[in-house]
Write a protein that binds this ligand. Structure first.
Ligand code: TYD
Length: 208
């Protein structure tokens, strides 16, 4: 379909996705690869505005509206940034993608996993990652890390532990359903050990 390599990182808040995407980007660039490091929501200019709404709007957003906002961010991001980079043969390393929508918007119990996934696939014209790294972390440990960070909590971070437990379960189910696409790693391991496992898998992908 497209050239390049599309790698996404998933996991609960506080699971260390940004650290790992940074380490992986550095490693790939050292080897001469061109890497686009990006994220959702908020990977484009219009996406930054959507991000502000979905994460920091005060008051209720209806579940379908919320799902559509993430999908709108995704549609624009994939069409204008990610797909062009992949077509140029670059490696895209992205914090969060459609699995986050299935796990988080599905965890609200109003929307089903299937419909959220279909909406995302429609938005992204069917683009699926070559590899999705799931940093799996117990929600109580994740909460401890977020509290220690002392930054502004967003709407989802403010959800209760039970919500985050459902998010975690949803991610693990997604990984079980697509074992070839997912690499599941224990986020309590030291960052360098996690990075090494990721490098091994990515090196195999690049060789294959
Ligand atoms: P993220 O950028 O990883 O948060 P932070 O920068 O605070 O670490 O993600 C922000 C939140 O967006 C996160 O709680 C999960 C949520 N989210 C969804 O609910 N659905 C989605 O489709 C995406 C991409 C993110």
């Amino acid at each position: 379909m497209v050239g390049g390599l599309f790698i996404t990182l998933e996991g609960g808040d506080g699971s260390g996705k940004s650290t790992q995407s940074e380490l992986l980007t550095e490693w790939l660039e050292e080897q001469g690869h061109t890497v686009l490091r990006t994220r959702e929501p908020g990977g484009t200019e219009v996406g930054v505005e959507i991000r502000e709404i979905v994460l920091h709007h005060r008051g209720d957003i209806a579940p379908r509206a919320e799902a559509l906002l993430y999908a709108a961010d995704r549609a624009h991001h994939i069409a204008t940034k990610v797909r062009p980079a992949l077509e140029r043969g670059e490696i895209v390393i992205q914090d969060r993608y459609l699995d986050s929508s299935v796990a988080y918007q599905g965890a609200g119990r109003v929307l089903g996993a299937g419909e959220v996934r279909d909406l995302s696939l429609w938005a992204a014209e069917g683009l699926l990652p070559d590899l999705t790294i799931l940093l799996d972390l117990d929600e109580a440990v994740a909460r401890g890390r977020l509290d220690a960070d002392n930054k502004r909590f967003d709407r989802l971070e403010a959800e209760k532990g039970e919500f985050h437990a459902r998010v975690r379960e949803a991610f693990l189910e997604l990984a079980l359903a697509e074992p070839d696409r997912f690499l599941v790693l224990d986020a309590e391991f030291p960052a360098e050990a996690i990075a090494a496992s990721i490098r091994t898998r990515v090196a195999a992908l690049l060789a294959g």
